[in-house]
Design a binder for this molecule. Structure first.
Ligand code: IPM
Ligand code: MN
Length: 358
């Protein structure tokens, strides 16, 4: 039976970059069924909710979800439940997408686009594994109230709850060790165990699960130090496994080491390898509609989808090789452009990848 892919373009540059990924998937001629639905601000405008029921139902029915980006400043004043970000948070929660793989790979053709010295990033290949459905993002209780204690009793306060259960940590720990086995067999677990109770449990569980993977090296690092080491000696890392909030922050930092966040795909998987695939960057409303956004992160996300959720590793290899080929041809969107290269727009880049598939 042919596989169903839910295509959710979203806001800002989302529709433009998604069009190029769809072009590439169609050119592969794999017999996939692609079905689109609105999400984020676009869905709020059209249907009054950032994650309409029909969109969620399509995502649940599909074999995989290809997601563009959501968000725009014009929705900043909406109540939280209606903001575009709730679409991606809702999809993660409802689909049980607890494991977020964010590779940070420095392409040899783009070494000079990094803000770090070329020798620090040449050959960089790290994998950030971010827990995606727990932590302070989803922990309850949360809300606002009048403080009954603390520094200013009787005044308005807000609170969130950082929470992790043992099974939540165990399942992400297993994935980290398994991913490391396919790489350099080194895991760095990042936490704040000198301060936080959740981090202390995180560290205990990592150590216990590590007992089943004696061939993999495990180190622990505090998150503040990890942020520093990432810009000091990023190549010292192989797999970084961390919680939802720390992973959000460190994955943006790691992405920028590679020169452009416009190049980096990501995969968010559930326990059955069903997944949502999206570029690591956001909706970039400042350049939306201009045809200049880099579609490669979305195209590479489609490749990850072919490999991890659709069981089509050869097609994934072809897409990744085609992206390498266009970079070697010197084609660059504005975000990765440097002197001597040819500046191209979003659609030209997508067309070039399609040509390179042949
Ligand atoms: C990300 C984004 C999201 C997050 C936002 C849009 C809710 O920053 O995917 O990293 O914080 O997880
Ligand atoms: Mn983020």
């Amino acid at each position: 039976m042919s596989k169903l892919v839910a295509v959710l373009p979203g806001d800002g540059i989302g529709p433009e970059i998604m069009a190029e990924a769809v072009k590439v998937l169609q050119a592969l001629d794999l017999g996939l069924v692609l079905e689109s639905a609105p999400v984020g601000g676009a869905a709020y405008e059209a249907q009054g909710h950032p994650l309409p029921e029909a969109t969620l139902a399509l995502a649940q029915r599909a074999d995989a979800v290809l997601f563009g980006a959501v968000g725009d400043w014009k929705y900043d004043k909406l109540e939280r439940a209606l903001r575009p970000e709730q679409a991606i948070l809702g999809l993660r929660k409802h689909l049980g997408l607890f494991a977020n793989f964010r590779p940070a790979l420095c392409y040899p053709q783009l070494t000079h686009a990094s803000s770090l010295k070329p020798e620090l990033v040449a050959g960089l290949d790290i994998l950030i594994l971010r827990e995606l459905t727990g932590d302070i993002y989803f922990g309850t209780p949360r809300g606002r109230r009048t403080a009954s204690d603390g520094h200013f009793p009787g005044t308005e306060e807000a609170f969130d709850t950082m929470r992790y259960s043992r099974p939540e940590i165990e399942r992400i720990a297993h994935l980290a060790f398994q991913a490391a086995r396919k790489r350099q067999s080194r895991v760095t677990s990042v936490d704040k165990a000198n301060v936080l109770e959740t981090s202390q449990l995180w560290r205990d569980v990592l150590n216990q699960v590590h007992g089943q993977y004696p061939d993999v090296q495990l180190d622990h690092m505090y998150v503040d130090n990890a942020a520093m080491q990432l810009v000091k000696a990023p190549k010292a890392f192989d797999v970084i496994v961390t919680g939802n909030l720390f992973g959000d922050i460190l994955s943006d930092e790691a992405a920028m080491l590679t020169g452009s966040i416009g190049m980096l795909p990501s995969a968010s998987l559930d326990r059955h390898n069903k997944g949502l695939y999206e570029p690591s960057h956001g909706s970039a409303p400042d350049i939306a509609g201009q045809g200049v956004a880099n579609p490669l992160a979305t195209i590479l996300s489609a490749a990850m989808m072919l490999r991890y959720s659709l069981g089509l590793p050869n097609a994934a290899d072809r897409v990744e090789a085609a992206v390498q080929a266009v970079l070697s041809q010197g084609l660059r969107t504005g975000d990765i452009w440097s002197a001597g290269c040819e500046r191209v727009g979003t659609a030209d880049m997508g067309d070039a990848v399609v040509r390179a598939l042949a």
